[in-house]
Design a protein around this ligand. Structure first.
Ligand SMILES: [Zn+2]
Length: 350
């Protein structure tokens, strides 16, 4: 078989760069001097052709505990100010723009599917700008217009903590995805606005009510960029079979998350996790969604990985396992990138 080309639906590189305090984050990525789970060299080893790069504001309490120098203590803060949320988002967006600018034409932020196909044909790495947790946005969506102009094409309105668009999903394992109220009135407006702008609407961090609120508004494919099967691993953030049926009916898409806590039956972070459980999620998703609606949403630089797929350079090993499991070359081609490109084309248009 030909070398697989991987288009990956989720990573948290930009948030990690923000936390890492490197003087020149974009060059650190490009020169592959990073210690996390991905950098430019390892993307190439992993046979990546592109993917969604998330802008993500790490939760205040997490940063306060683990990266206290990031907090301005003179403000006696218990939460970020609006200005700080904007600064964190703009910093990460700027890293991505700099990565593109310094890549000597090797990396491009894509705004259309035609641009992505053009990149693939010319060996250029295709980046899609995504935001995970949209608390930075104002109620009139003016900032969303500006982000769109800067290249944003995909949005996860919520992360695990509540914001102005919806309620939280921060519950212990195991748990049903039903954690209470769903989208706020403003959250519903945001989904309508995203539909109008033809942005990807990511349901990966939505609780059940927010998922169904979104499904009732959206008239485009429903995408979960990095979620797995709740029947196998009952994390609240994984998808029930009813949710999978709804995604299938919308001709939507699920990107498989490689974080072991979202794969294992015991919901544990465990570096000894084997490929078998990963393959069970793929089999189940294909059973419910068909072969054309499943792909990758790794969560590298944001998830706890098995030693068997420790960093982004391990993608070819995952492909080998899927192949050994009996997946045809055509199916592997779909999972590795074609399905992602199809759903983007269905949402964005040609
Ligand atoms: Zn996430």
């Amino acid at each position: 078989m030909q070398k697989p080309k991987i288009f990956d639906g989720h990573n948290d590189l930009l948030a990690r760069l923000w936390l890492a305090d490197d003087e020149d984050p974009s060059s650190a990525f490009l020169h592959s001097t990073l210690t996390g789970q991905m950098d430019w060299e390892r993307c190439q080893k992993g046979q990546l052709i592109g993917g969604l790069f998330a802008i993500f504001v790490p939760p205040f309490e997490y940063v306060k505990k683990n990266y206290p120098h990031k907090i301005d203590w003179t403000l006696h803060q218990t939460a970020y100010t609006t200005q700080q949320v904007e600064q964190i988002c703009f910093a990460q967006m700027s890293y991505l723009l700099q990565i593109e600018a310094k890549s000597a034409g090797k990396i491009k932020i894509c705004r259309t599917v035609a641009e992505i196909y053009d990149c693939i044909a010319n060996g250029i790495f295709a980046v899609v700008m995504h935001i995970e947790g949209a608390e930075v946005l104002d109620a009139d969506f003016h900032l969303l217009d500006v982000f769109y102009a800067a290249g944003l094409r995909s949005i996860g309105a919520l992360w695990n903590t509540p914001n102005q668009f919806g309620h939280g999903l921060n519950v212990p394992f195991p748990h049903s995805p039903d954690t209470g109220q769903g989208l706020t009135a403003l959250g519903k407006e945001l989904i309508r606005y995203c539909q109008h702008k033809r942005l990807v609407v990511d349901v990966s961090h939505m609780n059940e009510k927010a998922f169904w609120d979104t499904a009732s508004i959206l008239q485009q494919p429903i995408v979960a960029t990095h979620s797995n099967v709740h029947e196998i691993c009952p994390q609240a953030r994984n998808l029930t079979n009813m949710q999978l049926e709804e995604i299938a009916a919308s001709k939507g898409f699920v990107g498989v998350n490689l974080d072991t806590a979202f794969l294992r039956e015991d919901g544990k972070r465990n570096a000894e996790t084997s490929f078998d459980i990963l393959i069970r999620h793929f089999d189940h998703l294909i059973e419910y969604l068909g072969e054309d609606h499943v792909g990758f949403g790794s969560d590298y630089d944001g998830g706890f990985m098995s030693n068997a797929w420790a960093d982004i350079s391990y993608f070819p090993k995952i492909i080998d396992k899927l192949s050994a499991h009996g997946y045809s070359d055509d199916l592997i081609d779909k999972i590795s990138h074609r399905n992602w490109l199809s759903v983007l084309e269905n949402i964005w248009g040609k």
